[in-house]
Design a protein around this ligand. Structure first.
Ligand code: C2E
Ligand code: CA
Ligand code: CA
Length: 279
C-alpha cells in the first residue's frame, strides 16, 4: 500500500507539472493572441418577448486559437485577470463592440444597445471613465447605446468608490446593468444608492423555474422589487418555451437565452436579424 501511495504521488506530481506547463504555455499564447488579433466578439441578442424585437446584444469574447480552436472565456478570462492582460483584452472587446454597434446603425439602421462585460480589475482602473469616453468618441457611438455589465461582487468591493465611479459613468450617459443578479449574497440596500438601470437575473434561477417553486418565487420577487425601484429586468438563460411562458405570467418581457439564439459571430447575427428568425 505504501508503494502504491508513492506511485500515486509521483503520478500526481507528473500531472501537476503537466498542468503548470500547460498553464504557462497558455499564458504565453494569450500574450501573442493580442498582437495577432486572435480574439473575436460573438453577439447574443436580448429580445422583448411581446414585440419580438431585438432590444440589445451582449458582446461575448472568444479566442480563436490556432491549435485549440475556439476557446471560451471561462477558460481564459481567469488567467487573463491573473496576468493583468485582461485590461488590454477588455479594451479591445469594448472598442470592437462599439464599432460594430455603430456600423449596424449606419449601414442597417438598426439601433440597439450593446452590452459589454467589465471585469473587476477593469472596474478598479483609475482611467476607466476616460477610456470609455475615448472609445465612444473614436467609434462615434452615442453613449446611450453602450451598456456596461458589472457583477454584484464588483459592486460590493468598496461602496463609496463604486458609487463615485458609477456616477461618472452615468454622467457620461452610458447604461449600467448588474450581471448575475441574485448570486452575490449582498445587501440589497445598494440598489437604491447606485445609479444603475437594469438587473440581469442569473440563469441559475431560470433553469428549474417551472418545477422549483422556490426559484419561481425568487424571480417573481426580484421582478416586483425591480419594478418598485424603477429598474429594468433582463432574464438570462432562457432555454425552453415553458420557461418563457412562465416569465410571461410574471411580466418579465426581456430575455436572453438559447431559446432565441446562442451567441453568434457578427455576420451570422446580421443574417438572423435580416431573416427575422429571432422572432
Ligand atoms: P455572462 O456575462 O454571464 O454571459 C452569459 C453567458 O451565458 C455566456 O457564456 C452565454 O453564452 C451563456 N448563455 C446565454 N444564454 C444561455 C442559455 O440559455 N443557457 C446556457 N446554459 N448558457 C447561456 P460565455 O460566452 O461562455 O461567457 C462566460 C462568461 O465569461 C460571461 O458570463 C462573462 O462573465 C465572461 N465574459 C465573456 N466575455 C467577456 C468579456 O469580454 N470581458 C469580460 N471581463 N468577461 C467576459
Ligand atoms: Ca454578462
Ligand atoms: Ca450573466
Amino acid at each position: 500500500a505504501k508503494d502504491q501511495g508513492k506511485n500515486n504521488f509521483q503520478l500526481n506530481r507528473a500531472g501537476k507539472n503537466k498542468q503548470v506547463f500547460e498553464y504557462m504555455e497558455l499564458e504565453n499564447d494569450l500574450r501573442k493572441a493580442l498582437e495577432r488579433e486572435q480574439f473575436v466578439v460573438y453577439y447574443q441578442p436580448q429580445i422583448n418577448i411581446n414585440t419580438g424585437f431585438v432590444i440589445g446584444v451582449e458582446a461575448l469574447v472568444r479566442w480563436q486559437h490556432p491549435e485549440r480552436g475556439l476557446v471560451s472565456p471561462a477558460q481564459f478570462i481567469p488567467l487573463a485577470e491573473e496576468t493583468g492582460l485582461i485590461a488590454q483584452i477588455s479594451e479591445w472587446v469594448m472598442r470592437e463592440a462599439c464599432r460594430q454597434a455603430r456600423q449596424w446603425q449606419v449601414e442597417k439602421s438598426q439601433y440597439f444597445k450593446v452590452s459589454v462585460n467589465l471585469s473587476s480589475s477593469q472596474f478598479q482602473q483609475m482611467d476607466l471613465v476616460d477610456k470609455v469616453r475615448r472609445i465612444l468618441q473614436e467609434t462615434e457611438l452615442h453613449p446611450q447605446y453602450l451598456d456596461l455589465e458589472i457583477t454584484e461582487s464588483i459592486a460590493m468591493h468598496n461602496i463609496d468608490f463604486v458609487i463615485a465611479k458609477l456616477k461618472l459613468l452615468e454622467l457620461l450617459g452610458v447604461h449600467i446593468s448588474i450581471d448575475d443578479f441574485g448570486t452575490g449574497f449582498s445587501s440589497l440596500s445598494y440598489l437604491k444608492k447606485f445609479p444603475i438601470h437594469t438587473l440581469k437575473i442569473d440563469r441559475s434561477f431560470i433553469q428549474d423555474i417551472t418545477t422549483d417553486p422556490d426559484d419561481a418565487s425568487i424571480v417573481t420577487a426580484i421582478r416586483w422589487m425591480a419594478r418598485s425601484l424603477n429598474l429594468d429586468v433582463v432574464v438570462e438563460g432562457v432555454e425552453t418555451h415553458e420557461q418563457l411562458e412562465f416569465l410571461r405570467t410574471i411580466d418579465c418581457d426581456k430575455v436572453q437565452g438559447y431559446f432565441y439564439c446562442k451567441p453568434v459571430p457578427a455576420r451570422e447575427f446580421e443574417r438572423l436579424v435580416t431573416l427575422g428568425e429571432l422572432m
